[in-house]
Design a binder for this molecule. Structure first.
Ligand SMILES: *Cc1c(COP(=O)(O)O)cnc(C)c1O
Length: 237
């Protein structure tokens, strides 16, 4: 049986190989280990080996793990949809929120930030335009940036909400290669938003267990990998 450590090292090797293939510097891509449904003990084990970034989908589960592991130096990432009434549980409590997709949520988070506090975030794009998925549609992305800027909700630096880039979750298509066009599209959208609004949007959060190599080849700076590291997720009861 392969151990957690071996699987984790396998992903780091796969990332390094993809970066090399793309002529990118190894270390230019961050691994977020997606630990949803997995026990805090598995997070602690990886943390001791040097994995510092962990991603959780459900705010309640994340907050419980944050409490349980409060003595560890972990950067928590919120990667699931956030209801507006949960903004208080997100604001200032995650190193990065990957799923900002509407001005209403941005307003709610900004209101909950402590004086002078900041929250880094990514705008989630519904890149496959799937009706059931959250994220702003590509055609509405510029409109969202306009709204956020007009309301003074985002700034490139300093306090408040800091939009650092874009995130996507492409349609489930099995093969990694099938996701590549979506990754290219997200990168193009990022370039477009940077030009149009004069913003610096360095981060692209894209790529999961089945397609992180292709995502890195197309410019991902953050990959979110769960199953390849932790194995299949336990069924939630
Ligand atoms: C669950 C999840 C992942 C990890 O998926 P795996 O296929 O297990 O690697 C990544 N991103 C998001 C948004 C997720 O919900």
């Amino acid at each position: 049986m392969t151990s957690l450590e071996e699987r984790w090292r396998g992903v780091l090797d796969g990332m390094a190989e993809a970066a090399r293939k793309a002529g990118r510097e190894n270390g230019s891509v961050r691994l977020v280990a997606v630990s949803k449904f997995h026990p805090a003990s598995a997070i602690a084990e990886l943390c001791r080996l040097g994995q510092k970034d962990f991603g959780e989908n459900y705010i309640q589960e994340a907050r419980a793990k944050q409490e349980e592991l409060s003595d560890l130096d972990i950067r928590w990432h919120a990667i699931g949809p956030v209801q507006t009434n949960k903004a208080k549980d997100v604001a200032g409590r995650f190193a990065l929120l990957h799923t900002l997709d509407r001005a209403e949520l941005a307003r709610a988070i900004a209101r909950r930030l402590p004086e002078g506090g900041a929250q880094d975030e990514l705008v989630q794009v519904n890149i496959g335009e799937e009706p059931q998925k959250s994220g702003v549609r590509p055609a509405d992305l510029a409109g969202l940036f306009e709204e956020l800027l007009a309301q003074g909700l985002i700034s490139a630096e300093g306090a408040g909400l800091r939009v650092r880039g874009l995130m996507c979750l492409p349609p489930r298509c099995g093969e990694g290669e099938a996701a590549r066009p979506y990754f290219i599209r997200l990168r193009e959208l990022r370039d477009e938003m940077e030009r149009r609004f004069g913003l610096d949007l360095p981060e692209l959060s894209m790529g999961m267990s089945g397609d992180y190599r292709e995502a890195i080849e197309e410019g991902a700076t953050i990959v979110r990998v769960g199953t390849e590291i932790f194995g299949p997720r336990p069924v939630k009861v």
